[in-house]
Design a binder for this molecule. Structure first.
Ligand code: KIV
Ligand code: ZN
Length: 534
């Protein structure tokens, strides 16, 4: 049975050596370009450092020509990350590739990733070019990129809806031009495992120089088949899977990294010829970091990283698990770094215990950050009897959200009720340490707080979305608030987060965080204009 899952070459010989399957993470590019998932430079950098810890072979850090912010993020990631290759996406033209290279050139292992669409639909309606022209552009772009960078990946966008003979020709041409990886994307999430396996087999069998490059796959999830399609492609000979943390990405997202990796690892009986470099114990942390940065959580029943992924509710299941975990558990929560729900700390816990727990949760903090975390922990432990791992994660992530703080929150007080006019008084300090207090009425205490913050900063804002989640169980749980708002009719939304055992304070923190992020973005833009001498 297991034999039929293993890759066989064109002479129907089974590969007896183990195959390294590269994990190419595109959370910071395909993932980040989806609405609601945008990250600033600091956030991308934090995510990149975690992805390196996770052990991804390649991380795509962005699309450098698309915006100055993306250029800067790719450049910073390239200069910081040492163990994973860092890729930047470029359309198949000289300008994109030059800018891409400029952002990537200081990486230890830079990769230029260039692409052009090869399906008739895209060539005719979007590019308005003939197949011959597209083939020529693909060849020229790869050659141009190879003059700058040794590691070049080419993607045939919308490969799955391309004519298969033409696709094979494109693959052969770009390999001859110097591409070391050729990616076969299912851009619109249209294929199914049996078909995709056949397409990849055809490429493996028909393209004469296919052994000179790595065949990669990049599956979108429009039909919910991205992970299954990626695995079918591996069976047919693909040796790179492109995926994202939590499966984020355009429309219905990309193949989810954690699902692909755990499917291969859990079914070692079927995939014993496959080697992956990912440290699965970092999966849960990486997923949490992403949700904390973007403010978008995963559904509770999400495979591998959802809140219920390892929860056994039914009596029969609980009974089975108590007798022997393998009755209903195909992998252990520990194998993906899922934290135990154990009670960890309380108000009598000391600095040493806190530092140890923080380290166990995978955070590395500087001395002054530890001090700050300790003070926050003490404040929290005073309000909350039991401090859980999730509380600590939230506390640390909230404290070190990164980015410049134009205003910091001092005190918040409010009064409201079913027969009172909701009123809030807020005190903020600006960067020069000047403290300003103001008050406002509103539709409720949260609205009143937001209005008081706007009055102090003299910035008009429009709240677009507001979400609140309890971090743990219990009436004394912290509330984690995520807001999205537009300031000064700037034309884009900014996300902010805050947490506290008091939900109004958490809301004020979140709104102020969004405002600080807006001001930071505005500041960066102003600096860029000044640089150009405008
Ligand atoms: O989905 C897609 O085709 C892409 C390519 C740019 C690789 O994201
Ligand atoms: Zn994509």
């Amino acid at each position: 049975m297991a034999e039929c899952f293993k890759y066989k070459d064109k002479n129907n010989r089974r590969n007896t050596m183990s195959r390294k399957i590269m994990v190419f993470d595109t959370t910071l590019r395909d993932g980040e370009q989806a609405p609601g998932f945008s990250m600033n430079v600091d956030e991308k950098l934090r995510m990149a450092i975690q992805l390196e810890k996770l052990g991804v072979d390649v991380m795509e850090a962005g699309f450098p020509i698309s915006s100055p912010g993306d250029f800067e993020a790719v450049s910073k990631v390239a200069q910081t990350v040492k163990n994973s290759a860092v890729a930047g996406l470029c359309r198949a033209n000289k300008k994109d590739i030059e800018v891409g290279w400029d952002a990537l050139k200081h990486a230890v292992r830079p990769r230029i990733h260039t692409f052009i669409a090869t399906s008739n639909i895209h060539m005719e309606h979007k590019l308005k070019k003939s197949p011959e022209e597209v083939l020529q552009i693909a060849e020229d772009s790869v050659k141009f990129a190879r003059n700058l960078c040794e590691d070049v990946e080419f993607s045939a966008e919308d490969a799955i809806r391309s004519d298969l003979d033409f696709l094979c020709k494109v693959v052969e041409t770009v390999i001859n031009a110097g591409a070391s990886t050729v990616n076969i994307p299912d851009t619109v999430g249209y294929t199914v495992p049996m078909e995709f396996e056949k397409v990849i087999s055809t490429i493996m069998n028909k393209v004469p120089n296919v052994d000179k490059a790595r065949i990669s796959v990049h599956c979108h999830n429009d039909l919910g088949l991205a992970v299954a399609n990626s695995i079918a492609a591996v069976k047919a000979g693909a040796t790179q899977i492109e995926c994202t943390v939590n499966g984020i990405g355009e429309r219905a997202g990309n193949a989810s990294l954690e699902e692909v990796v755990m499917a291969i690892n859990t079914r070692k009986d079927l995939f014993d010829d496959i080697e992956l470099g990912v440290n699965t114990k970092e999966i849960y942390r990486t997923s949490r970091l992403l949700t904390s940065i973007t403010g978008v959580g995963v559904q509770p029943n999400k495979a591998i990283v959802g809140k219920n992924a390892f929860a056994h509710e039914a009596g029969i299941h609980q009974d089975g698990v108590l007798k022997n975990r393998t009755t209903y558990e195909i992998m252990t929560p520990e194998s993906v770094g899922y934290p135990s729900n154990a009670l960890v700390l309380g108000k009598h816990s000391g600095r040493h215990a806190l530092v140890k727990r923080i380290e166990d949760l995978g955070f590395t903090l500087e001395k002054d950050q530890i001090e700050k975390a300790y003070n926050k922990f003490k404040e929290l432990a005073d309000k909350k009897k039991e401090v859980y791992d999730e509380d600590l994660e939230t506390l640390i992530e909230q404290q070190f959200k990164g980015g410049k703080e134009f205003y910091t929150l001092g005190s918040v007080s409010f009064s409201s009720g079913n027969s009172a006019i909701p009123t809030a008084t807020v005190q903020l300090s600006n960067g020069d340490g000047v403290t300003v207090t103001d008050a406002s009425i509103g539709d409720g205490p949260v609205d009143a707080c937001f209005k008081a913050i706007e009055r102090i900063a003299d910035i008009a804002g429009r709240l677009k979305s507001y979400r609140i989640n309890a971090v743990t169980e219990g009436k004394d749980a912290q509330g984690e608030v995520v807001v999205s708002a537009e300031f000064e009719e700037c034309g884009y939304d900014v996300t902010g987060r805050g947490s506290s055992t008091d939900v109004v304070v958490a809301s004020a923190e979140a709104y102020l965080n969004a405002m600080n992020r807006y001001l930071s973005r505005k500041d960066q833009k102003a600096e860029k204009v000044a640089d150009k001498g405008v």
